[in-house]
Write a protein that binds this ligand. Structure first.
Ligand code: NAD
Length: 471
């Protein structure tokens, strides 16, 4: 398989091109370096029909066999993690080592999810009654992924959906289609035709999919704004829905932390992947007693963090992934500067047409500023002072989002109490960015609908059926 050419869609077990194509741009240069097919309406119909035709056979395949095939899929991807990682860097921008880690981590996640089994049970088997509860697959899943974790977030949909007996049409982001297409090529050697179909295309393809009557469920990861459109367009035929959406996650840092120990971790939680993470720390509330000391440490780390082409050795943070996102982040930065907020910029960034933004800390801006209220999805972090726990929890919770949050302190009982009062689906204590295949990842409020991972995430691809027999 040539990872650097021949990007084809996977429809009904065949690798297919299309008449039209979309450019794939390297965000470190701003230049296109490859093209991906732009799926036509007729090709989408073919993909949906293929998934529908494959559904009865796949549903009837025992779960042990489906799981074994999914583990085989992970085993086919893992040895290519380094090559896929290099392609990942070209299309997504992330430094190569971190890109390789995503591919490897996605394979581990696939294997872990493939071990899980549905909680089917006999509820009663008495002289009078036999009652059984089982979980049946929904049918054909429409899966739509974003560009920030293109491999992991795609496979996080493929694995539970196929494990539970559904078939799928998957669409990666138009900004990062290539790794997903190559992974589909690999999986096509293992999965029966039509079970997994992968289509790529421009802005028209997502809405065409969510409105398509051939789907039974939509699993969508992306922004809250798009999530609302997805939900509206799927209402016509009441498609089942899982939405993993945006966040504006708060970290609360108490005065007893050991700054030397935690500063790097806190920096990483805010800026890894150039801060393009749904669960990155996006508002940092720091107790006033340690505020200046932590700000100065973070500023020093920022001054030394190399921002550049992810393909170059020593790069810690790559570019913003695409031009539109770059413009949104620059707009937020200009807004902060125009209001004379105190802006601390880190290391210089290349000036070569790539979408580079310096690591930026905004020093104690007013709570109502855009830089605090909006999800930046780029390396601009507002640091805010607090001196009262109840007040800071209120400020952290005062958001339409509710994805994740973090508490940093040596006082573990106090930390657990704060965590339980936070209105988010995940709360980390003295760590961040950790997700597990065996616990649900669910956005509260407008950060989501339903869950991924854990048994809750698996059940999202099923519908319960109860069989009752009188004896
Ligand atoms: P986006 O909403 O712009 O796009 C996501 C996907 O939806 C892409 O594949 C896109 O082509 C498609 N799409 C766009 N418009 C559509 C429409 N009207 N109908 C159907 N599909 C459509 O998001 P993005 O910019 O790719 O990703 C960044 C956002 O994703 C951030 O807000 C981030 O917080 C969020 N995110 C959430 C999670 C999570 O698990 N909660 C994970 C990663 C990213």
């Amino acid at each position: 398989m040539d990872l650097n050419a021949d990007y084809k869609m996977l429809i009904n077990g065949a690798l297919v091109d299309s008449d039209q194509h979309i450019d794939v741009v390297n965000p470190a240069t701003g230049e296109p370096f490859a093209q991906a097919p732009d799926c036509s309406a007729a090709q989408l119909d073919q993909a949906v029909a293929a998934a529908r035709n494959a559904f009865p056979g796949w549903r009837a395949t025992p779960i042990e066999e489906r799981a074994a095939l999914l583990i085989k899929c992970a085993d086919a991807i893992a040895p290519l993690a380094e090559d896929i990682g290099r392609l990942f860097t070209r299309e997504q921008g992330r430094p190569v080592n971190f890109a390789i880690n995503e591919v490897k981590g996605a394979c581990d996640m696939m294997k872990a999810v493939a071990q899980m089994r549905l909680p089917d049970e006999v509820v009663e088997d008495s002289e009078k009654q036999f009652v059984e509860k089982v979980h049946k697959p929904l049918g054909v899943v429409c899966a739509i992924a974003p560009w920030n974790f293109p491999v992991n977030l795609s496979l996080a949909k493929v694995t539970p959906a196929l494990l539970t007996g559904n078939t799928m049409v998957l669409k990666p982001s138009p900004f990062t289609p290539l790794c997903t297409l190559k992974i589909a090529e690999l999986l096509n050697e293992i999965l029966p035709a039509g079970v997994l179909n992968v289509v790529t295309g421009g802005d028209a393809l997502g809405p065409m999919m969510t409105a398509h009557p051939g789907f039974d469920k939509v699993s969508f990861t992306g922004s809250t704004a798009t999530g609302k459109k997805v939900m509206a367009s799927a209402a016509g035929d009441l498609k089942r829905m899982t939405l993993e959406l945006g966040g504006n996650d708060a970290a609360i840092i108490l005065p007893d932390v050991d700054l030397d120990e935690v500063a790097e971790k806190i920096f990483f939680g805010a800026f890894f992947n150039t801060a393009q993470i749904c669960v990155a720390t996006k508002r940092m509330y720091v107790h006033e007693d340690i505020y200046d000391a932590l700000r100065d440490r973070l500023a020093a780390i920022a001054a030394n963090a190399k921002v550049g082409d992810g393909a170059e050795q020593g790069t810690m943070l790559g570019p913003i992934q695409n031009k539109a996102q770059y413009e949104r982040v620059m707009d937020l930065l200009e807004d902060a500067k125009s209001k004379d907020l105190v802006v601390i910029e880190g290391a210089d960034v290349p000036n070569n047409g790539g979408y580079f933004v310096p690591v930026t800390i905004v020093d104690n801006p007013p709570e109502e500023e855009r830089v605090v209220q909006e999800e930046a999805f780029g390396p601009i972090l507002p640091m805010l002072k607090f001196n009262d726990i109840d007040d800071v929890i209120d400020r952290a919770n005062d958001s339409d989002y509710g994805l994740a949050g973090a508490v940093w302190t040596k006082d573990t009982e106090k930390a657990k109490d704060i965590a339980r009062r936070m209105e988010t689906g995940t709360v980390w204590i003295n760590q961040n960015l950790m997700l597990r295949p065996d616990t649900p990842f669910a956005g509260h409020k407008q950060s989501g609908f339903g869950a991924e991972f854990g048994m809750e995430g698996i059940l999202e691809y099923t519908v319960p059926q109860v069989v009752m027999m009188a004896k």
